[in-house]
Design a protein around this ligand. Structure first.
Ligand code: M6R
Length: 619
C-alpha cells in the first residue's frame, strides 16, 4: 500500500523521486521521506509526517542534491503515522537506508534478536528490522558484500515485502527486491538512467520500458542497467515490456481532483474498454487475450468471481450478466473470505478475479488458491503488467487508463463492461445465444459510451448535483436500495459516499427493506432508489411508495422522461434509456457524482480520504 520510487542517473534524484511520489501518493499518505547520496558522498535523509506536501516543503528548506536516491509514501501498518516512523529507515552508522512496502510478519521475534545483539530501535515499524539485519550481515557474515547481506536478510523475513536499499558504501547502485505479493516493483530503463517504482505512473514521464520483479527476485541497478537474480544469487534473464499508457492520462489536467476527472472521462474510457473487442460483421465479441479455447469454455460448469471492495460489487453485477447470458451458475466471493474458507474449486471451474490495481493481496491469494485446485483463471485488471495480469491463464484488460483517485469509478464501469463482454463470449462458445440475441447485446453495448457521455455532459453542464449536495451534505445517514441487476449498484453507491464523505450509508436489496431497514426511515434518512424501467420497475415503484408513506425522502435514479417516478420521488437523478443489462453502468454514475459533490462540501480530500490507500497490498 506504500509507494516507493528510486532513481539513479544524471538528473536530480530528489526531483525525479518527488515527482514520482506525487503520482503514487494515492497508495499511502501518512508520512513521506527520501534519501539521497549527496555530492559529498554521504547519505542524507529527509522525512516528514503527513502528506507529501510536508516533505516537499522540508526539501525546499533543506534540499538534497545528488543523482541517486529513494523515496517513500507510507500507509501505516506498524506504528502511528509520525516522523519517527516515516521511511527511509536508517542503519545505526547512518550509511544505509531501506524503504519497504509490505509487512514483516516475524518482526517481533527479529526485533528481539536484534536487540539482544545490541541494536537500538528508533521507530515502531517492522521495516527497521530489515535495515538492522542488512547492517548486521554486511559487517558480520557477508564480508562487506551488500548484495549478499540483502539476500541473507530476505531469507530471514516472513510475509510479503518489496524493498529498496541504498548505501553510501555502494553509491553507484540501488538494490530492489520482492518477496511474495507485496505489490509491484517496476524497474524502468532509460538512457544512462534507471528508475524503480511501485507503480508505473510514477515513472511514465521518463520511460515506458519496464521490467517487473516477481516473487523472490531482486535487481542490482546502476545508471547503465539492471542485473536480475533470485535470492540465491543465480542470474535471471528478464524481458522488459513496452507500456502504452500515455503519461498525460495519469495527470489531473483541468480537473480539481483525479476522482472528478475519472468520473467525467467514463464516456472515453468505455470506448477504450470496447476497443478491438466487437466484431460487427460477425456480431461476435473478440477476447483474444482470454487465452481459453471454446472447448475449455464449453466444459465449464461453474464460474466463481473473486474480488474486493468496488471490484467485488462489479463481480455481483457479473453474476447477473453471466447467469442470464451464458446460463452458467456464478458464485461471487470476497477474495479475503474465499482464501480462508476452503472453497470447493474444481478444474471444471473458471475463477475470475477482478482487480483495478492487479495488486490486491487477497485477490492474488484467492487466485493462487484457485490455481492450486486446477481451476482455469482469468483476471479482469486495469494496471498494465501488474501481478494479477501475469499469473492468470487468461486476461481481460479494462483498458480504462490509470485510475489514481482512491475511490474507484471508471474501473468499476470498465470492469462491468468487461463482464458483459465475457458473458457474451461464454454464451457464444457455449451456444446459449442465438444470432438475434447476440446482435441485440452487441448493438446495445456499442451504444453505451455515447449514452454515458450524454449523461455525464448533462451533469457537467447543469447544477443538479451541486444543488443536491448543498441540500444533503449535512445529513448523517443514507440508505441505498436496488433490486435485481441494480442491487449491487446500491452497494456501490453507498460505498462511494462512505469512503469519501465519511457519511454512514447502507446499501440494501430493495426486497429486503420490509425485513428490517424500513424501521430506519424518517425525514433524517434520505433513500436513494435505483429505478430504471427494467423487469423489477414495478417493485421499485412500490418501494418508493413505502418510503414516502413513512415520511422518508426519495432520490431516484431513473430515466429522465419517467413521469411516474417524477411524480412520486422528491428528486430524480436522470439516466438515459439503455438495454436493461447495461443499466448498472449508467445508474452508478449519478451516485458517483453525488458522492463527489457531497464530499467536496464536507471538506474531505477526495482523492486521499483518511485511512484508505489505493492498492491494498497487506492483509
Ligand atoms: O485494485 P482492486 O480493484 O483490487 O481494489 C479493490 C478495493 O480495494 C477497491 O475497490 C476499494 O474498495 C476502493 N477504495 C473502492 O472505491
Amino acid at each position: 500500500m506504500c509507494g516507493i520510487v528510486g532513481y539513479i542517473g544524471a538528473q536530480s534524484a530528489a526531483s525525479v523521486v518527488l515527482h514520482g511520489l506525487r503520482q503514487l501518493e494515492y497508495r499511502g499518505y501518512d508520512s513521506a521521506g527520501m534519501a539521497v547520496i549527496n555530492s559529498d558522498g554521504a547519505l542524507h535523509v529527509r522525512r516528514e509526517a503527513g502528506k507529501l506536501i510536508n516533505l516537499a516543503q522540508l526539501l525546499d528548506q533543506e534540499p538534497l542534491q545528488g543523482q541517486v536516491g529513494v523515496g517513500h509514501t507510507r500507509w501505516a501498518t506498524h506504528g502511528p503515522p509520525c516522523q519517527r516512523n516515516a521511511h527511509p529507515h536508517r542503519s545505526v552508522d547512518g550509511k544505509l537506508v531501506v524503504v519497504q512496502n509490505g509487512i514483516v510478519e516475524n518482526f517481533t521475534e527479529l526485533r528481539q534478536q536484534l536487540q539482544l545483539d545490541g541494536y537500538t530501535f528508533h521507530s515502531d515499524t517492522d521495516t527497521e528490522v530489515i535495515v538492522h539485519l542488512i547492517h548486521r550481515y554486511y559487517h558480520n557474515g557477508s564480508a562487506g558484500n551488500l548484495v549478499n547481506a540483502v539476500q541473507r536478510t530476505l531469507h530471514d523475513l516472513k510475509g510479503p515485502s518489496a524493498i529498496v536499499v541504498l548505501s553510501q558504501d555502494a553509491p553507484d547502485q540501488l538494490i530492489a527486491a520482492r518477496l511474495g505479493n507485496a505489490g509491484g516493483v517496476a524497474i524502468g530503463q532509460g538512457e544512462g538512467e534507471m528508475f524503480i517504482a511501485s507503480d508505473i505512473p510514477a515513472i511514465l514521464r521518463h520511460t515506458r520500458q519496464i521490467t517487473f520483479l516477481e516473487n523472490r527476485q531482486m535487481a542490482v541497478i546502476t545508471a547503465q542497467g539492471a542485473h536480475y537474480m533470485d535470492l540465491e544469487g543465480s542470474p535471471l534473464a528478464k524481458q522488459s515490456i513496452q507500456i502504452e499508457w500515455n503519461p498525460l492520462a495519469a495527470e489531473k489536467g483541468e480537473f480539481r481532483h483525479f476522482m472528478q476527472k475519472e468520473i467525467y472521462e467514463q464516456g472515453r474510457s468505455l470506448t477504450d474498454t470496447l476497443r478491438g473487442r466487437l466484431d460487427f460483421q460477425q456480431q461476435r465479441v473478440m477476447l483474444d487475450s482470454l487465452n481459453l479455447t471454446d472447448d475449455q469454455l464449453r466444459t465449464l460448469d461453474k464460474v466463481t468471481i473473486v474480488a474486493c471492495g468496488t471490484s467485488y460489487y462489479a463481480g455481483l453485477v457479473g453474476k447477473y450478466l453471466i447467469e442470464q447470458v451464458a446460463r452458467l451458475p456464478v458464485e461471487v466471493d470476497y477474495a479475503s473470505e474465499f482464501r480462508y474458507r476452503q472453497p470447493v474449486v474444481k478444474p471444471s471451474h473458471l475463477v475470475v478475479a477482478i482487480t483495478q490495481s492487479g495488486e490486491t493481496v487477497d485477490t492474488l491469494a484467492a487466485l493462487e488458491e484457485a490455481r492450486a485446485h486446477g481451476a482455469l483463471t482469468v483476471a479482469i485488471v486495469n494496471a498494465v503488467g501488474s501481478q494479477a495480469a501475469r499469473v492468470c491463464d487468461g486476461l481481460i484488460y479494462m483498458q480504462a487508463g490509470p485510475e489514481i483517485g482512491v475511490a474507484s469509478t471508471k474501473a468499476f464501469t470498465a470492469s462491468v463492461t468487461d463482464l458483459f463482454l465475457l458473458a457474451i463470449y461464454l454464451g457464444q462458445a457455449r451456444g446459449t445465444l442465438d444470432d438475434a440475441r447476440r446482435a441485440e447485446l452487441i448493438q446495445a453495448v456499442a451504444a453505451l459510451p455515447g449514452l454515458a457521455g450524454e449523461l455525464l455532459e448533462n451533469a457537467w453542464q447543469g447544477n443538479l448535483y451541486k444543488d443536491l449536495a448543498e441540500r444533503f451534505y449535512q445529513y448523517r445517514n443514507f440508505l441505498y436500495l436496488g433490486r435485481g441487476i441494480n442491487f449491487p449498484i446500491a452497494l456501490e453507491g453507498a460505498l462511494k459516499l462512505k469512503e469519501i464523505s465519511y457519511i454512514h450509508a447502507e446499501g440494501y436489496a430493495a426486497g429486503e427493506m420490509k425485513h428490517g431497514p424500513i424501521a430506519l426511515i424518517d425525514q433524517e434518512m434520505p433513500t436513494l432508489v435505483i429505478a430504471p424501467r427494467d423487469s423489477v420497475y414495478g417493485k421499485m415503484i412500490s418501494q418508493i411508495e413505502q418510503v414516502k408513506a413513512r415520511g422518508g425522502l426519495v432520490l431516484a435514479v431513473a430515466h429522465a422522461a419517467d413521469e411516474t417516478i417524477k411524480a412520486k420521488a422528491d428528486v430524480v437523478l436522470p439516466i438515459p434509456i439503455s438495454h436493461e443489462l447495461l443499466t448498472p453502468i449508467l445508474a452508478v454514475m449519478p451516485l458517483q457524482i453525488l458522492a463527489y459533490e457531497i464530499a467536496l462540501r464536507r471538506g474531505v480530500d477526495v482523492d486521499q480520504p483518511r485511512n484508505l490507500a489505493k492498492s491494498v497490498t497487506v492483509e
